[in-house]
Design a protein around this ligand. Structure first.
Ligand SMILES: O=C(O)c1ccccc1NCC(=O)[C@H](O)[C@H](O)COP(=O)(O)O
Length: 266
């Protein structure tokens, strides 16, 4: 039986095959040229996560397979602006439509509005999606070791670089962190959520942090809820956290981030 990640990846392959037949890479390249004429100079995703102290990647997410509908009311642009005003280092925007109720237009509008970099949070399974990410105004893409072989990881990271995008390379265990590091990933994310059981274990990122050299930006993803979680991760040299549900469920994002951080973010 397929696990949820394989299921999402398969569905994404079908979705992208359809989108490819509607908009060619050539058209995406033209869009990229158009937006690059008007693009304001943003800090890169990597630079944004290299600042002193804990960096916060705040997620704009309507739903997820583990939690179902998280935000029935979903003013995505207002949420992104609130994150930026609260001192987020970057935004993660879900564009996957079937399991997360995301949309490309959320990313396009958010990236055009905020000055901080935006990660396209999707299940990259084709080079085409990297052209799409750039054409939508993203600063970074997600590359998940569990659904890509080494050749694909290398090729996608290279293409992302050529297009001026950073890559968050996501791993779940020792073997995948090793693969990410062999690839030369500058940003490695470890998911605390076991995608077979949906159980969250913060110790996963704490344990795997030790494998990566200090100059690799290390991101802890999923299930982060309290200032104690943040303190523990920071003490264990985690550079950044990716937080979705906790912030999406908070009516006051600024207060929620302040409370997680133990002080205002800046
Ligand atoms: O969250 C899920 O249910 C999920 C299932 C299958 C693949 C990925 C999944 N989550 C994606 C994420 O990486 C999270 O949205 C992100 O790390 C934030 O997590 P959280 O703070 O727990 O919302």
């Amino acid at each position: 039986m397929k696990n949820i990640l394989e299921e999402i990846a398969a569905r994404t392959r079908e979705r992208i095959a359809k989108e490819k037949s509607q908009v060619s890479v050539y058209e995406l390249e033209n869009r990229i040229q158009e937006i690059s004429k008007t693009e304001s100079q943003k800090m890169t995703f990597l630079q944004a996560l290299q600042k002193e102290g804990m960096s916060y990647i705040c997620e704009v997410k309507k739903a997820s397979p583990s939690k179902g509908l998280i935000a029935p009311d979903f003013p995505y642009l207002a949420i992104a602006k609130e994150y930026e005003q609260a001192g987020a280092s970057a935004i993660s925007c879900l564009t996957e439509p079937f399991y997360f109720q995301g949309a490309d237009r959320y990313l396009r509008e958010i990236a055009a509005t905020v000055k901080i970099p935006v990660l396209r949070k999707d299940f990259t399974v084709d080079e085409y999606m990297i052209y799409q990410a750039k054409s939508l105004g993203a600063s970074a893409v997600l590359l998940i070791c569990a659904i890509l072989d080494d050749g694909e990881l290398r090729a996608y990271r290279q293409l992302a670089k050529e297009l001026g995008l950073d890559a968050l390379v996501e791993a779940h265990d020792e073997y995948e962190v090793d693969r990410a590091l062999n690839l030369g990933a500058e940003i490695v994310g470890v998911n605390n959520r076991d995608l077979r059981t949906f159980q969250v274990d913060m110790n996963n990122s704490i344990r795997l942090r030790k494998m990566a050299p200090d100059n690799v930006v290390f991101v802890s993803e999923s299930g982060i809820r309290t200032s104690e979680d943040i303190r523990l991760l920071y003490e264990n040299k985690v550079d950044a956290v990716l937080i979705g549900e906790t912030l999406m469920r908070s009516p006051d994002k600024k207060a929620a981030l302040e409370s997680l951080n133990g002080s205002p973010l800046r």
